[in-house]
Design a protein around this ligand. Structure first.
Ligand SMILES: Nc1nc(=O)c2c([nH]1)NC[C@@H]1CN(c3ccc(C(=O)N[C@@H](CCC(=O)O)C(=O)O)cc3)CN21
Ligand SMILES: O=c1ccn([C@H]2C[C@H](O)[C@@H](COP(=O)(O)O)O2)c(=O)[nH]1
Length: 283
């Protein structure tokens, strides 16, 4: 929690105002933040200075792991986060690649599970990683990348958290996750949970111990219409101890994740928090 609060204070103290063309809003911005999460100690990085809807964050991650490309599938899992980007952004609504209501296009999980090869067919990056790690192999290229500039025009948004790089040292699994752009009041609350849960889940299905997850953010910002709530409400509150995440131990394979896992298979204990804050969301 301290590293999250330090980042919020740093943006307010040192941030530079940047005009954002896509949303038409100004963002108070800093460059580079390095966060880390002790998955081995189960210090679940849930924000305590407001109520965090962590289920939506894990549901979104599950949707990525399944390769979903449709906001309706995300909703069925419990994440409403793609509704606006799939259905309310005028550039995407007018894009000829959009297949209809709720289509997100070739974003995130589509790239992770079905990256198109120029010579035909597709690559399942996640399956290769899980297969290797399960056999104790780390080829120093256990990389799940959603960042495919050749297909940006076929999706509603470029991925923000775009690359997850796994590493094995003996039987301990590590994760480095890279994020190019972060809406700190809204997105980070989700992204911290996702990095933590991704390492915990992949360690579990590959039979490894979870180690540390490292989360690198490049452009960290607060939108102009969020600043007052952050500065005068959320940052005035005292943080509370971190809760713990529990994952159903029956989840043992990628096939399990693809077929029957739901949000009922995740539980958080010891979550004390201040009341919710409704931050404005920019499409
Ligand atoms: N401007 C912007 N910020 C983001 O964080 C963001 C995007 N766009 N577009 C793509 C995804 C969607 N994400 C989202 C979208 C909505 C919430 C949100 O509304 N969260 C609320 C409540 C969520 C709930 O009830 O489940 C919150 O208070 O955290 C969070 C992340 C993260 N990403
Ligand atoms: O996982 C996510 C997804 C998105 N965001 C935020 C970061 C930005 O505020 C917007 C994306 O806008 P770009 O113009 O494409 O950078 O969404 C996030 O924080 N986390």
């Amino acid at each position: 929690m301290k590293q999250y609060l330090d980042l919020c204070h740093r943006i307010i103290d040192e941030g530079v105002w940047v005009e954002n063309e896509r949303t038409g809003k100004r963002c108070l911005t800093v460059i580079n933040a390095d966060l880390m999460y002790r998955v081995d100690r189960n210090e679940f990085p849930l924000i305590t200075t407001r109520k965090s809807f962590w289920k939506g964050a894990i549901a979104e991650m599950l949707g990525y792991l399944r390769g979903y490309d449709n906001a309706a599938d995300f909703r069925k899992l419990g994440a409403k986060t793609w509704d606006a980007n799939a259905n309310e952004n005028s550039a995407w609504l007018n894009n000829s690649h959009r297949k209809g209501v709720d289509d997100m296009g070739r974003v995130y999980g589509v790239q992770g599970r079905a990256w198109s090869k120029p010579d035909g067919g597709s690559i399942d990056q996640l399956k290769k990683i899980v297969d290797n790690l399960s056999k104790g192999i780390d080829d120093r290229g256990e990389i799940l990348s959603f960042y495919n500039p050749g297909e940006f025009h076929m999706g509603c948004l470029r991925p923000c958290m775009h690359t997850h790089n796994f590493s094995l040292l003996d039987d301990t699994l590590y994760l480095n996750s890279f994020q190019r752009s972060c809406d700190v009041p809204l997105g980070l609350n989700f992204n911290q949970v996702q990095v933590f849960a991704l390492l915990a889940l992949i360690a579990q299905i590959t039979g490894k111990k979870a180690g540390t997850a490292y989360h690198k953010i490049v452009n960290a910002h607060i939108y102009e219409d969020q600043l007052d709530l952050m500065q005068n409400v959320q940052l005035k509150r005292e943080p509370m101890p971190s809760p713990q995440l529990h994952i159903n131990p029956d989840i043992k394979s990628l096939h399990d994740i693809e077929t029957w896992v739901t949000m009922d298979d995740f539980e958080v204990t010891g979550y004390e928090h201040h009341e919710a804050i409704k931050y404005p969301f920019s499409v």
